[in-house]
Design a protein around this ligand. Structure first.
Ligand code: NAD
Length: 515
């Protein structure tokens, strides 16, 4: 157990800070009603409860989906570039209120200010991207085999999009979905994590304002607060055309069959178990910097957090030594203290899961090289601060193949690139991956069809910190969804194939002659 001089402010001050930020963005906190569901806004900075917030019952969810569905009938026929104006205004408001939004992200998710501001910037960036898309979503023209015929495809708005988001990116992932869905002509009903209701209220207030100022229907976005029960109501509503759900593999396993049974669409962004491969030619200085950011940033609570390091036996000892030194000096504490790089875990349960994973790793023959201890932060006895752990494993065991949502990095030895790729791919998840090498042939093999099986494959950078311009998502139990840039917008639209006959004949496809 270690101590730091970090000194979080008391609960009354944190409440006042939250209220002031909400006030500045124009958001009100709905007071709980007796006999009605509620959630508790809380902060991992101290582990304290801040205040109760009214949540949505199943009936409330049905009402919100109904209103969004009615808005769809209007919004779908608004020209896409005009829809883009609402998203453009929203992006401007996000930029104006970036400091307040980032403060709320720090308060509710425990991120250091630089990462919280980065998350807000992601929202601004996706708005930019979506505004551009609003003039580009379109289909192709294919050559018809029949004379005097035109074969084209059109992309139409899909319908109501239900967005379920996770605590660790309380606003960015919602904005990836929402900015793109809105320009595609789809209203959104958002069920944020029950752990982050305040950031959701703040962003919703700004989007409501953007909608009002640009003449969009008020119900083009609706917020439904609550936990699993509220999410389940959204998932089961057959007026929700697409359920875009971000969270644990467990959540995806519960949600996917329900939506499939009603023939709805899902876009799943689930857990990762991301690894980097380090080959002998790698620049170890660069590796250490990249690994530390990817493995301990956001206290190991990113879907793209680096959780496994597969290192060639020729460089495993020098690399471990450098990492041990870097880990031993990591500043852990209140993220608002200048210099802190590692803030709190979201809950005591998350810390218990980390402790259990370390015990299992040791029982499997692993050695904790550094870290894993609880860190006591002054004034925050109920918070869950930990020192990130580096664990040397003889081979990949069950605990390594699971995602533990905490800063634990397992170091696994390998003797060749082939063996490294086998170890790399031998986990259920398939989100993000990277290789560190100066050998172009090794890099290309890792990028090839016989290399990494992930949705994100990097060379000489870590596994986290994706740009919004690319499609984001992963394979296998990560769910197969793609969000954000590239052609991810297609998930939010339906495709119609159109054949137009402008001749005086009626030739049939495949040369079929009929009577
Ligand atoms: P979680 O699964 O506990 O909750 C995520 C969301 O799903 C919450 O809003 C929750 O209320 C809701 N939910 C849970 N069960 C549900 C059900 N049966 N029906 C409907 N809704 C339900 O996840 P978390 O702890 O908030 O977030 C951490 C997890 O999210 C990690 O596994 C992380 O890897 C993953 N994640 C993935 C991505 C990605 O893009 N792949 C991004 C962020 C987080």
């Amino acid at each position: 157990m270690t101590s730091t001089p970090s000194a979080p402010t008391d609960t009354a001050a944190l409440r006042a800070e939250a209220m002031a930020a909400l006030d500045r963005v124009g958001a009100a906190v709905p007071a709980p009603v007796a006999g009605h569901p509620s959630v508790t806004a809380r902060t991992p900075l101290t582990g304290a409860d801040l205040f109760p917030v009214a949540a949505a019952s199943r009936d409330d969810v049905a009402e919100a989906v109904g209103a969004a569905h009615a808005a769809f009938r209007v919004w779908r026929s608004v020209p896409a570039p005009v829809r883009g104006r609402t998203v453009k205004r929203f992006g401007q408001l996000l930029e104006e209120h970036a400091t307040d939004l980032a403060a709320l992200v720090t308060l509710e998710a425990g991120k250091i200010p630089a990462e919280a501001l980065g998350e807000v910037q992601e929202m601004v960036d996706i708005c930019d991207l979506a505004v551009g898309l609003s003039r580009q979503v379109g289909g192709r023209t294919m050559p018809s085999e029949r004379a005097g015929h035109r074969l084209t495809e059109q992309w139409h708005p899909l319908g109501v999009v239900g967005v379920i988001s996770a605590f660790n990116f309380p606003v960015a992932v919602w904005s990836w979905n929402t900015a793109v869905a809105l320009v595609c002509g789809d209203p959104v009903v958002w069920k944020p994590s029950e752990l982050t209701p305040l950031t959701a209220l703040a962003c919703t207030a700004l989007l409501d304002r953007a909608a009002a100022e640009t003449g969009a229907p008020a119900d083009v976005h609706r917020l439904v607060l609550g936990g699993r029960e509220t999410g389940d109501a959204l998932v089961r509503d057959d007026r929700v055309a697409l359920v875009s759900a971000t969270g644990s593999e467990r959540m995806g396993t519960a949600v996917a069959p329900v939506v499939a049974a009603r023939h709805g669409r899902t876009l799943l962004e689930l857990g990762g178990n991301n690894a980097a491969v380090v080959m002998p030619s790698a620049d170890l200085d660069l590796v250490v910097r990249a690994v530390v950011f990817a493995a301990v940033g956001t206290a190991g609570q990113r879907c793209t957090t680096m959780r496994r390091l597969v290192v060639h036996e020729d460089v495993v000892e020098p690399l471990l030594e450098r990492l041990r030194t870097a880990y031993a000096g990591l500043p852990v504490g209140d993220p608002r203290e200048p210099g802190t790089l590692v803030g709190p875990l979201v809950s005591a349960a998350a810390r218990d899961a980390m402790v259990a994973a370390l015990e299992a790793a040791v029982a499997d023959g692993g050695e904790v090289v550094v870290g894993g201890e609880r860190v006591d932060v002054a004034g925050a006895p109920a918070a869950a601060y930990v020192r990130p752990a580096l664990v040397r494993m003889p081979h990949q065991t069950a605990v390594v193949r699971r995602e533990t949502f905490a800063p634990v990095l397992y170091v696994l030895p390998c003797r060749s690139l082939d063996e490294a790729v086998d170890i790399h791919n031998d986990v259920p998840q398939g989100l993000s991956s990277s290789i560190f090498t100066r050998d172009a042939r090794e890099a290309e093999r890792f990028l090839s069809e016989a290399g990494s099986d992930c949705g994100i494959v990097n060379v000489n950078i870590g596994t986290s910190g994706a740009e919004i311009g690319g499609a984001f998502g992963g394979e296998k139990t990560t769910g197969g969804g793609r969000e954000s840039g590239s052609d991810s917008w297609r998930a939010y639209m339906r495709r119609a194939t159109n054949t137009v006959n402008y001749s005086d004949e009626l030739p049939l496809a495949q040369g079929v002659s009929f009577g």
